[in-house]
Design a protein around this ligand. Structure first.
Ligand SMILES: [Fe+2]
Length: 386
């Protein structure tokens, strides 16, 4: 092996039931005194804010809550959060929620020190200055945003999910507490879990794969196969919740150091246009992209089948990969992910435009098989027909 690998993990991670109670200590450790808490109404309604807010107060941290984040965070919501933070003179940002509040928090923390709007810092442009420090407390198990260097925000004028990318966007501390996911609804558990699986599969099969990320990605795939159905069936299953939280974290570490690929290019295209939940959007495309990609990296796609728990002995790579396609589609159906054709608002007349949008995604070059806009169009059509 003669590979040069860059693997970065700037985030201090604490994992386990109850670690979210340490949020006040985490903020203090980073020198924070006045926290902007970025969250959404779902987190508030689930009663998940009270504990962290009490922990901040107990540590002597002043906090103000910004809960105006949508399911797919918008550019103008980040600007409103910046305004709230400035008015409060916040010196630290605490994200409590799923990928949307975390990505909005990361964007807000960046804009507070760099100025401008999210579009001014669109990837691949690096930030000019360090963001405010971020403490991330995920309440879903899928995004991995607590350890990644990305923030994905919808540019409302373009109806386009754009990315900010800089290692300094990584939260300084992540408190990854499966207890916060015990009340997550089954549909959100399913969608976010399929997002985690997609991160792991795209990290492992993508062009930027490396052996460190591979180990994390394979571990994540095994955990999803083992725990996602149980977590969806019974949300109070602590072992399943813990397994999915770990899967999400490992997958985040993996794709944060590699990239996602064509599944995310398609998912972000339809998310930007129709506001489709991100995990659902990934899930409907994952089997189709996997089948398309398999010939470009047969051994890797066969290895995914093994990680999913399929018996791949005495089978060729292509056969194993096709087994994984069926297993992934079967898992999505088992956990209740809707079919692409059943999603609200989706209009096949938009497919040529969506294919162009997917092709423009910054992660398109990371896919193991090169795609044209026509290839994306064919994938949209095959997912629609499934
Ligand atoms: Fe994702």
């Amino acid at each position: 092996m003669d590979a040069h690998i860059l693997f970065q993990l700037p985030t201090t991670v604490r994992f386990g039931f109850g670690v979210a109670a340490g949020v006040g200590d985490a903020v203090r450790a980073l020198g924070g005194r006045r926290a902007l808490v970025v969250t959404d109404l779902g987190v508030f309604a689930a009663g998940l804010l009270e504990g962290p807010l009490a922990a901040l107060a107990a540590a002597g941290i002043e906090a103000t809550v910004f809960d105006g984040v949508s399911g797919n965070p918008r550019d103008h919501e980040c600007l409103a959060a910046v305004e709230a933070a400035s008015a409060f003179a916040a010196d630290i940002v605490v994200a409590i929620g799923g990928g949307s509040p975390m990505d909005a928090a990361k964007t807000t923390a960046a804009l507070l020190t760099n100025g401008g709007s999210p579009q001014d810092w669109e990837a691949p442009k690096p930030l000019a200055r360090d963001p405010l420090p971020i403490v991330a407390v995920p309440t879903t198990s899928g995004t991995g945003s607590e350890v990644t260097f990305y923030a994905v925000v919808t540019d409302t004028a373009r109806a386009f999910k754009m990315s900010l990318f800089d290692t300094r966007l990584a939260p300084r501390i992540a408190l990854v507490d499966p207890a916060l996911t015990l009340s997550m609804p089954a549909s959100v558990t399913a969608a976010t879990g399929m997002d985690a699986l997609t991160h792991a599969v795209e990290a492992y099969t993508g062009r930027l794969a490396n052996p460190i990320a591979d180990a994390l990605a394979v571990g994540a795939i095994k955990l999803v196969a083992q725990h996602l159905p149980a977590a969806v069936r019974d949300g109070t299953d602590r072992a399943a919740r813990e397994g999915m939280m770990m899967a999400s974290l490992l997958a985040g570490m993996a794709f944060g150091n590699t990239d996602v690929a064509a599944v995310h290019c398609l998912a972000e295209a339809i998310g930007g246009r129709y506001d489709t939940p991100h995990g659902v959007a990934n899930s409907v495309f994952l089997p189709h992209v996997f089948a398309f990609n398999a010939e470009a990296a047969p051994e890797r796609h066969a290895a995914v089948a093994g990680a999913l728990g399929l018996d791949v002995r005495d089978r060729g790579h292509a056969e194993s990969a096709m087994g994984a396609v069926a297993a992934i589609a079967g898992l999505a159906a088992e956990v209740g992910i809707p079919r692409f054709a059943a999603l609200a608002g989706v209009d096949p007349a938009d497919f040529p435009l969506l294919a162009e949008t997917a092709k423009r995604n910054v992660s398109d070059p990371s896919n193991c098989r090169e795609l044209t806009a026509d290839d994306y169009l064919a994938l949209l059509r095959s997912a629609w027909a499934a």
